[in-house]
Design a protein around this ligand. Structure first.
Ligand code: AHM
Ligand code: MG
Length: 342
């Protein structure tokens, strides 16, 4: 049998680990396995989290842990578990210099030589936690940067870089199946967890977001508190100004809403509101990674003033408005902004 055919037949599936290694060899030949080892820390933690989520209702993991996090939000037990899983799995990777989690007010640092501890990782361990108790999809989001040349002084400021400097980003959606989507700046790839084997398997090769969709996603009950341009833009979507009839879909878990948007096209919007004048979502571990993935898949992401990935952060837990999705919808939003009217 020809060698190529033998290879094709023996390679029944491509696992995430294998794919990440191949990508690393192709695009970062000098990384020497460090980067794939780092990512394997994330995939391990998310497999632990998904196992716990799948047992929710059987184990005592639902409900509040009785604490509030840095955002003043009640921490769910699964929030706490997911945070610990990521912190533990990643702290064992020598290449990690700093970890910044939604659940920790301060960055977690490791005493490593700069040559070894190369990476800073931002993550939201369990996004959409208000949905946990009602069996609706939740997720994990991560964003990876190279650390600064020197890690001294005020670590919180030292790790702040615009999203355009992300080395890799991804998310896991714990839905009807568990799916990992990631980019290292050379396209977007999706892997579905095979629960029987416990391995992520390539299921979405070189994912591209449709140029235009027919769904928009926003907490419309708050629409009366949105800035006028957002209200007018929503009116355009509803009235066929973009040449299509739109439906609305809103899960209330960013990862789930984004995952649908990347697959089906359309737009996800979290504007400034009365309750959240700067938007609710966090720049460094929610908006940035999803913006990087959207751009890599052919979409766009903006805060209404500039691309999300161009924002120079000033605070590790800062919030931002977010409009992310297909090129046609986001460009139309930008057009509305420029014209001051829809
Ligand atoms: P969380 O990180 O505390 O779970 O909050 C972020 C979540 C997002 O997943 C979701 O898009 C948003 O909050 C929903 O907010 P709202 O209920 O205001 O629409
Ligand atoms: Mg979140």
């Amino acid at each position: 049998m020809p060698i190529e055919r033998q290879r094709a037949e023996s390679q029944i599936v491509t696992t995430a680990q294998q794919h990440i290694l191949e990508q690393q060899e192709m695009h970062f030949p000098d990384a020497g396995g460090t980067f794939s080892w780092l990512l394997s820390g994330i995939t391990l933690a998310t497999r632990m989290v998904q196992a716990k989520i799948r047992q929710a209702g059987l184990l005592d993991v639902l409900g509040s842990a009785g604490e509030t996090n840095v955002q003043g939000e009640t921490q769910q037990k699964l929030d706490v578990y997911a945070n610990q899983a990521l912190l533990q799995c990643l702290s064992l990777r020598d290449s990690v210099a700093v970890l910044v989690s939604e659940e920790n007010e301060e960055p977690v640092t490791f005493d490593r030589a700069v040559q070894t501890g190369k990476y800073v990782i931002f993550f939201d361990p369990l996004d959409g936690s208000s949905n946990i108790d009602v069996n609706v999809s939740v997720g994990t989001i991560f964003s990876i940067f190279r650390g600064p040349a020197k890690l001294e002084g005020d670590i919180k400021s030292a790790v702040l870089q615009p999203g355009s400097k992300q080395v890799a980003a991804g998310y896991v959606v714990y839905g009807s199946s568990t799916i990992l989507v990631y980019t290292a700046g050379r396209g977007v790839f999706g892997f579905t967890l095979d629960p029987a084997v416990g391995t992520y398997v390539l299921s979405h090769d070189n994912l591209r977001m449709p140029q235009q969709g027919n769904m928009y996603s926003v907490n419309e009950a708050q629409a009366h508190t949105f800035p006028e341009v957002y209200q007018k833009y929503l009116c355009r979507l509803r009235t066929g100004a973009l040449g299509r009839e739109y439906s609305s879909r809103y899960v209330g878990s960013l990862v789930a809403d984004f995952h649908r948007t990347i697959l089906k096209g359309g737009v996800f919007i979290y504007p400034p509101t009365k309750g959240y004048p700067n938007g609710k979502l966090r720049l460094l571990y929610e908006a940035n990674p999803l913006a990087f993935i959207a751009e890599q898949a052919g979409g766009l992401a903006t805060d209404g003033q500039r691309p999300i990935t161009e924002i120079q952060p000033h605070e590790i837990h800062q919030r931002t408005p977010l409009v992310v999705g297909s090129r046609v919808e986001v460009e139309d939003f930008l057009h509305c902004l420029r014209n001051g009217t829809a």
